[in-house]
Design a protein around this ligand. Sequence first.
Ligand code: KIV
Ligand code: ZN
Length: 499
Amino acid sequence: MRQVKIFDTTLRDGEQSPGCSMNLNEKIEIARQLETLGVDVIEAGFAVSSPGDFESVKTVADTLKNCTVASLSRATESDIDTAYNAVKGAVSPRIHLFLATSAVHMQYKLRMTPEEVLERASAATAYAKRLCSDVEFSAEDATRSDREFLARVIRAAIAAGATTVNIPDTVGYTTPAEMSALIAFIMERVDNIDRATISLHCHDDLGMAVANSLAGVAAGAGQVECTVNGIGERAGNASLEEIVMALRTRRDFYQAETRIDTTQIYHTSRLLSNIIGQSIPNNKAIVGKNAFAHESGIHQHGVLAEKSTYEIMTPESIGIPSNSMVLGKHSGRHAFENRLAELGYRFPKEDLDAFFAKFKELADRKKELTDGDLEAIVNNRMYVENLYELKTFAMTTGIGTRASCAVSLERGGELVEEVSLGDGPIDAAYKAIDKITGVANSILEHYTIHSTSDGMDALGEVVVKLRNGDRVTTGRGLSTDVIESSILAYLNAVNKLLA
Ligand code: KIV
Ligand code: ZN
């Protein structure tokens, strides 16, 4: 079996896409989970892009012990210095350089001739290599580049010290057959290719990112770049869970394996979805709610008789808990903690204290709490110190009258109250909060509400995204009262903005 490395770029290509931004603590939590999942390389960010990105790449690099941590870098000395400074504390640091090689990118974006690009690729790789032994070179837009020129650039990068050469399908343009042929061509034409690992980085604009990545692996690539849930620029990147499970389920065909602990896939996917507030489509391969649900009678009959009639992999293999359990107000701390652990969550004692208190509060208002409810409780962890706490709210609403809401918040032991009118009760409540907290220039970019379980007494979870200039924060709120959930979610996003 060949070993294929999984290079996860959820925190870089994934995080830079709209609606997927995370704060430092959220990134650390995802990075830790990716390490538990067993990825070989984590691209923690693009260190030069902002002081915040530098800080998060550095913190991830300093924290993780069992995987390589990379920072993206343009092919300039100052970018490379910044990338190296961010990752140098890692047990295994990597500098990931990129430079475009397609005619359209060289002419219009870089305004460089092919010979200048060749020279820059070589010089930048050599410069990075003097700082860090592990250098990856990416030929951006490789799949739309002239093949002979691409081969020259790759040969030059390897000669200058690159140990991984990446072939990005930057705009999601290629097809599986073309990708396969391109990798075969590179393996044949680049005479020093045996000194480097070939990597793939596919985008999903035509829905072929996973198929293209797998075709590249079958042709001989040794690393795949991907993201959890396939998040990423535009239509996203190749999805980690789909690639890993395809390699595992079709081991017979690919003759390749990864280091991934597949039983961590489900939890990793849920964790990311909850942190960025982006739900997973029900029909998403591997991790969607319906991925293992058999609805038709014929299928159900088949599966009951023999699972493999309609099931090519088991839910357990990706870590979906095999049993479901409901807890209630008489359930103790032990049962609560146990169930969270079965769902993949482990927290320090202080966090568990807070979650258990919330559990008790909700169990008083709702008879039975399901796995979905428990997950919602832990999803509401704050990641920041709360500047404002909700104390009370009261509202009036109806037909033929404008909604109004009075909200009182506590800040540092002091109560502050405001009243506002609005186009509906939630608008009124949010305006009252804006008056108190002074974040009036923010834009509510996204608001969703869903129930975390079935039944009339279900908990309502609200997720909001709030933009203030360049910053977007995600807030969550959970209650049996959906207006309260809405207020808590907004306040959570405001607290994150103010943190
Ligand atoms: O899509 C792309 O080309 C990239 C490179 C920077 C690797 O993300
Ligand atoms: Zn990309």
